[in-house]
Design a protein around this ligand. Structure first.
Ligand code: SF4
Length: 349
């Protein structure tokens, strides 16, 4: 089963780890099955195969950003957390009621929600409420966090929420290398929080959340990969992935590792496997702005619609979506200029 986010989650890692990730996705899908979801899944895959631009199906995975506010300033992330220009999305957070209204419309089709975007999800109490609501509605939730928060009950709140997968971003094994990439962070706080979650999970005799350590390999931390593997084993992390950071083209040489050197246009071309996002998934910004993926999220003008002002269903088959599906292979004339027209993926298709 080709899943929209399994390919993303398996970039830059070895085949053994890829198989484990695919097994985990399969388990997650199998444990949230309903007849409605299976029928929708089948319709989605047929629509994709037949390259239709108008869909009789809904996405089966959503990426929802609870907030774009973060407590850290990692190298490259969100343009160094600069203030947004007038035409850009401001900083803010989604309310629980807004999240609930979206889930009440499309939740019956969803196997999974990736509840994170360009902010730190654990900063705000409504994230826990959102996870609980999704979980109670038979949807698996994954959260990605820097775990760099001083919150006494964080580990208990995480376990209570029912989150299925906890992706932890820790990019370095010494305070020096860690803080060169993750500016403003303290390695010990992040590690202690992860250890507390693992202890709490053990105390409750639970296998969830699955702890997925995401380690962006840079010129600063490449030499610490062996130590990271050792630490992961020692503290009981389920999986560690050494992945390629999405640095901008102008990133200084010292940021880049020998494992993941600077990307070229040829690399983009070689890695271009087409796109299935406008069929299987969608990216919902904290303010309700809907995008097909998170590639070009800052400009509000890129939004295909706003889910807090109109139904998701009416956006899903509007001119923006139909044009984007035509750009990635569906027959027909483009009626809107969307961000997909500027994407390397559509240059070949
Ligand atoms: S911007 Fe590119 S990757 Fe994103 S949905 Fe459009 S074609 Fe796909």
């Amino acid at each position: 089963m080709a899943l929209v986010d399994s390919s993303l989650a398996t970039k830059g890692i070895d085949s053994f780890a890829k198989i484990n990730i695919l097994k985990r996705h399969f388990y997650s899908f199998a444990s949230h099955l309903t007849c409605k979801k299976i029928i929708n899944f089948a319709k989605t895959e047929i629509n994709l195969l037949r390259k239709r631009d108008y869909l009789n199906s809904y996405p089966y995975i959503l990426k929802i950003e609870p907030s774009n506010i973060c407590n850290m300033r990692c190298c490259y992330c969100y343009d160094d957390r600069r203030q947004p220009f007038d035409n850009e999305r401001p900083y803010g957070r989604m309310s629980f009621e807004q999240f609930k209204s979206l889930i009440d419309e499309v939740g019956a089709y969803l196997f999974k929600i990736n509840l994170y975007g360009f902010g730190e999800p654990w900063l705000f109490p409504e994230t826990f409420q959102m996870i609980r609501y999704a979980t109670d509605n038979n949807i698996g939730v994954a959260v990605s966090s820097n775990m760099n928060l001083k919150k006494e009950n964080l580990h208990r709140d995480i376990l209570d929420s029912g989150v299925e997968v906890l992706i932890v971003s820790i990019h370095g094994m010494s305070q020096e290398t860690y803080s060169r990439f993750m500016k403003g962070g303290e390695l010990n706080i992040a590690l202690e929080n992860v250890k507390n979650v693992i202890r709490e999970r053990k105390a409750r005799n639970s296998s969830l959340p699955f702890i997925d350590w995401q380690y962006c390999v840079t010129g600063f931390n490449e030499h610490e990969i062996t130590d990271a593997k050792e630490m992961a084993k020692q503290i009981g992390i389920d999986q560690v992935r050494f992945i390629k950071p999405f640095f901008p083209d102008h990133a200084p040489d010292e940021w880049l590792s020998s494992m993941f050197p600077r990307r070229t246009a040829e690399d983009d071309e070689a890695n271009n496997r087409g796109c299935s996002w406008p069929y299987r998934s969608a990216y919902i910004n904290w303010d309700g702005g809907v995008l097909p993926c998170c590639r070009d999220f800052r400009l509000v003008a890129n939004d295909f619609g706003n889910v807090f002002r109109e139904s998701f269903g009416s956006i899903w088959n509007n001119g923006h979506y139909r044009s984007s599906r035509r750009l990635i292979g569906a027959p027909g004339k483009n009626t809107c200029h969307t961000m997909c027209a500027r994407c390397p993926v559509t240059r070949r298709t």
